[in-house]
Every structure is written in structure tokens, then in C-alpha cells.
Design a protein around this ligand. Sequence first.
Ligand code: G4P
Length: 543
Amino acid sequence: MTAPTVEDAAHLADEVARRRTFAIISHPDAGKTTLTEKLLLYGGAVREAGAVRAQKAARHATSDWLELEKQRGISVSSSALHFEFAGHRVNILDTPGHRDFSEDTYRTLMAADSAVMLIDAARGVEAQTRKLAEVCRLRRIPIFTFVNKMDRHGRDPFEIMAEIEEVLGMDSIPMNWPVGAGSDFRGIYDRLGRKLILFSGGKHGTHRVDEETIEGEVGDPALVEAMGTFARDVKDGLELLEGAGADLDRERVARGDQTPMFFGSALTNFGVRPFLDAYLARAPSPTPRQSAGVPIDPVKHPFSGFVFKIQANMDPDHRDRVAFLRICSGQFVRGRNTIHLRSGKTIRLANSTLLMGKDRAEVEEAFAGDVVGLFDPGIYRIGDTLSDEPGIVYAGIPIFAPEAFMRVEVAGVEKRKALEKGIEQLVQEGVVQLFREPTGGSASWILGAMGPLQFDVMQHRLKSEYGVDLKLGKLPYTIARWPLAGFDPEDFRYSERIKVVRDRDDRWALLGHTSWDFDRLRDRNDTLVLSETPDPTLFERSL
Ligand code: G4P
């Protein structure tokens, strides 16, 4: 390989610096689809009003995941959308809005450089948002907060700030402050830009909204007049904020101790563009990611990336399988060779697609921060690293302890091959986790998932893609732990409460009825170290 020219290096640095790759984290119904659509409209990525919501409505006919089967092209598009706006290349990583808590969303977060936390102004921090925000903080993914649905009667902004602090342990720093609320939501005061932005005329399905900007301090007569009856409230609110004295601190945002906060309404499109502008100016471009404790610079290092998602049979007409690669450093060039680190093999990046809407375009080049879909002949696994240089290993994607378990009931020899093949495939995609009893073949398979919907997806896809009916028998376990030390399988030979199994990578794992089972074990054996994940180091700042 020839060394890059100075121009190439400068071009790469510019391309990386203008990239913003994020995921939206929220509880169902907070407005993720609506906000995504508005953002895409700004970027000119969708022209049709209501395009994204129409797709979502179609998927909701049954459940997101099951309908996803029929809408495969569309659902995939929503896992990596991109658009250009104000000189930035924006990549939105999204997951179908399934209601069940899912590992899929977690994996997607691993590929993001920042997260947008969407909160419903009336509902505050809800359960799923809390879980996802915790993952972001654990992984040091900076969070930007958008308080949505300000056009409806909601909570007091200070109450929302207090809740974020109490529930998530983060200080929220309002970048703007709402003027009015509910049907009187008129605009926002931009605290850093020292200007009032008033909105009118916004409606669902369009990005057209009239904005009137008046520069000045909140006490200025022109602003007081424009804010009318809300002038007093806004002034008091801002004085309280100034009094609290918390300033935005990039370092603290990067550590997840602070979140810049914005107010708006995705539906009426009030405050979306000011949010987008401020977010793009402040959110990080791709930053170095760790390979065995060594930071890999996105610009200085040659091409590398990791697979965070695999999806098979996306196109019902072609049995294909796509591995989604998050590029962490350098430039991706189609047709070039690179190393698949787990196997040590050199592979050619021949068929790569960039997915957008229903269209698939061949990608000729992409840069650190981007996501490309690679045609997968069956070589990739979630967490795999690809790199031009040997020795790089992005510490995979953590496996989460499942909370629901089912035994695979194999009826007869007929179709067993298809069943095994299908299960292997879907396990590779991460639809469910597979465990086996230490002895025995497929008759001893146990599937683990975070929630029951994952089993439904498994059954549905096995039926439609492999033509087999998967029969499952419920198991009483609700918790899995991986022993890291002090473990002897013999100790469990007669245990009724705990089942000893092997995981997919042939590591020991223990399934218990309740966490109490494990507490009792530890009381009896103080050398026993149990972990919620087979490789706890992955939870530390690994990516
Ligand atoms: P999700 O992807 O996070 O699940 O949420 P989605 O965008 O589908 O929005 C959920 C509901 O909240 C939708 O109403 C949507 O119109 C509404 N919504 C989103 N943003 C706002 C907002 O800023 N203000 C108000 N008032 N509502 C908002 P729906 O009744 O379920 O659907 P639809 O009848 O509007 O299509």
C-alpha cells in the first residue's frame, strides 16, 4: 500500500472532523420517529412529508419486529440514515422502535459518538430512557437532551432538570429556555447566542416553520414586548439558571456528567433547527477508540472498524446477509483488501452498500464515523474488527445477561438441520443468546433473551426464513451469571435452583431462578466471582 499524500491526509482529517454520528435514545412515544423525520427533512434526505412516520405506522400493524420482516428494506434503512447539513455529514443510528427492551439498541449505541436523549416534557425520564442513558454514561457517550412536546401541557422545566439530576445523576445545562408552554409555546431564548427565537406556522409533516429572531438580553424592551405575558417568567427562569452558575463544560459533557439541554416540539417543528445547529457545533466528531488500552486515532490510523450489527435475509428476493460496520479510523475504499482480525484472513471489501430509505447505493468510499453495510458470506460476527493493520482489536460488544429463558423442543429428525442452521444464524445476528447443557446436542439448547418479544421474533423468522416451527418450553430461570473465578461445575451437580450451562463460546454460565440464588452461593463460597457479562472488561471504557 502506498503512503497517503499530504492532500489525502488533509482530506481525511476534514471528512472525519465534519462527521457527527449519533443515536436517539428515548422511551417509546417520546417522539423519536417524528424528530428523526424532521432532521431528515432539514437534510433534504426525505422529501415526502410523513415518510418516516408512514413507514413506522405500517410496521406497527403488528409489532415493529414482526412487521420488520415484511418491510425489511425499510427497517434496515432506519438502522443507518445519513444526510448533509450545514457542512456536516450527519449519521443517525436508529433501531426499530420496539417496545421491549432489547440488546439491539445497546449494540447500536456502541457505534455512536454521541446520543440525543429525547424526553417527553409531560412524562420526564421514563424507564427505557433511564436504562439507555446508563449505558451511555458507562461507555462515556456524551448525551444531548431534547425536551420534546413543549406544545403540550408538560412539566415545569426546572422539574425536568431536577429529575435528570436525581434519576440519571447528570447536570442538565439548558442551552435555551422555553417561552410559554402548551398551546402558548411561542419560542425559545438562546442563552449562548443571546437571542430570542419566536416560531409560528409549524405543522406536522413539513420542515417549514417561520422563525423570527430578535437579538438582545431578556430584559431589553423589544424582547419584553415580543414575549408578552411570558417575559416575566422567562426572565425569572434565566436568572435562576444564572444564579445556579453551572456553565457548559465540554469535558464534563464528554464524561457524561453534564448534558446540554434544549426545548422544542418535534411535531410542530419548533426548536428543531436551533437544536440541530447547536448540536452539530458541540457534539464530538469521531474520537479515538481503544484497542487493548491503546487509543486508535480516527485520522492518523489506517482503515479500521467493527461490526455492530448483522442482519440476514433483508431482501426477501435474495438470501443475503449484511454486516454493519462502524468505521473507527481511516478511509474505506471499496474493493480494497483488509484484515479480518478474528480469523486472521485478508478479505476484499467488494460488496458494500450504503443503506438509505429503500434505496441501496454502492459505497465507493466512506470515512471514520460512517456506517457501511458489508455483504456477509458468513464470516462476520458481532464485535469483529476489520483493520488494514494487524494487532487492532476493538473490544467487541458486551453480551448482556438475559432475563428470560426457553428450552428448544426438537420434535423429530425431520427439519432438524434447517432448525439448527436457522438458530445458529439468528444467534449470530444476536436475536437471542444460545446456551447448551454441558452434554447433548440441539436437544439441549436453551435460548436466552432480554424480553419475550425476542422469542417471538425468533419463531417468526425461523418460520418465514427457514420453514421450521420452533417449539419452545418455558424455563423458570430469570437471571444468568458467568463465573470468573472460584467455580467448580461439580458443586452444582445436585443443585435444583441453579442450572449449569455452556454459552455460545463454550464458557460456563449459571442460570438461576432469582438473584437470591446467587447471593446464597456467594455466601457459601467466597472465592466465587460472578459476572453479569462474560467479559466484564468490555463494560469499561473499551470503545
Ligand atoms: P416514538 O418514535 O418515540 O415512539 O414516537 P413518535 O414519533 O411515533 O411519536 C409518538 C406520538 O407523539 C405521535 O402521536 C406523535 O405525533 C406525537 N408527537 C411527537 N412529537 C410531538 C410533539 O412535539 N408534540 C406533540 N404534541 N406530539 C408529538 P400519535 O398520536 O401516536 O400519532 P399521530 O396520530 O400523530 O401520527
